[in-house]
Write a protein that binds this ligand. Sequence first.
Ligand code: LFR
Length: 480
Amino acid sequence: AAVKSYAAVDLGASSGRVMVGRVGPDSLELTEAHRFPNRPVRTPEGLRWDILGLYGGVLEGLRAAGQVDSVGIDSWAVDYGLLDADGALLGNPVHYRDARTESVAEKVWATVPAEELYAATGLQYAPFNTLYQLVAARSSAQLAHAERLLLIPDLLTYWLTGEQGTELTNASTTQLIDPRTREWSRDVASRLGIDLGLFAPLRRPGDPAGVLRPDVLEETGLRGPVPVTAVGSHDTASAVAAVPAGDERFAYICTGTWSLAGLELDAPVLTEESRAANFTNELGLDGTVRYLRNIMGLWLLQECVRAWGDPDLGALLLDAAKVPTLRSVVDAGDAAFLAPGRMPDRIAEACRASGQPVPESPAEVTRCILDSLALAHRRAVEDAQRLADHPVDVVYVVGGGTRNALLCQLTADACGLPVVAGPTEAAALGNVLVQARAHGLVGDLAGMRRLLTRTQPLTRYEPRGDAERWREAQDRLTLR
Ligand code: LFR
């Protein structure tokens, strides 16, 4: 039977990759064509994405991928580029960790109270949601000159095809979408003076997004026409599409720079209790809702490793495994860890402030981070089940963290539930499968997941029965 090839461009906060997925009726194979670093740059104006470097990496990756039947792009969420009336990019896209949104929330909530905002958009408070970014930029010359706003994957799609659109799963992270109607929240936008006319029309995963332009074909050596297909362009939407789940009693944790822990639901949870617990309702494939909490994730470790001058990670994790469990923990959900820099010190300070032993060596700090992440995973999985009234029997861990066996085992222990880990390149696989589905190769979401379960290596971790100790550690953080 016919096997088709799809290029998945998957851009994460620290690296980008172009993967090639070969899909047949009962086969799914993923190979890496090209991987490149994503290095944000601190400019006099603030922290910016090197969007030209990323686009260059995409072109190089497509060249390395060779002839494919379609291309799909996903990336981190919320960030965007602005275009002028000629369709030219105005400035370098601002990084979501940039400080410009630091004091914007109060201003927003004075106009639309936080409770109302949550009821209308279902999005957790995060200073970087596009809504806050746009309010922070309100009086900037750049925004005044902008005719169009394209989210990062949509911007790259535009450069590849010349066609503009706003893909829905990623649009839902702007905080300008109503998760019940899955359309723009016009009332919120107009009260905050945000012009929804900046956004190109919505498109949905599976929709066509044009064909590679002649200059792109020339640059990549591909033979046209090569269609670009809209996928779940928010990387987390693609990753959750690739959770190899069989029934609906599951939680998932998408691990990488962030840990995104929660449930797949068929309707949003918009209660005040849910808002207070900072759970978000992002839109997924086929009418699903990603009900989850953002946890700082392996960012904490990445920043420490950077501060330590890039020691060997494998050796560090082996040493960390020998450090006693739960000596000290920090709140890995705390936005205090959002900005880059001084991470080992900030973690030490947090331990000191909560009266716990201060981790000294890199191994001790690493163990503190992994225990803290597992603890935050436990809390998110537990809170989500309660808030959505949706019990689970298993936790699926996908993404980069699946390579970290210690983190997977600690997560199983902390949650008191079995963890099934894999696939590692979940976002790229979800990206590939949505393209394959758009071209008639696989069935619905359940069919995509069956194909993943049959073809991808998965590792199971059983809880070791010390859930009580994790409960006690949780109290250290909340009883203060
Ligand atoms: C993960 C992710 C998260 C989003 C954060 C910022 O890569 O997309 O889902 O909250 O990055 O965009």
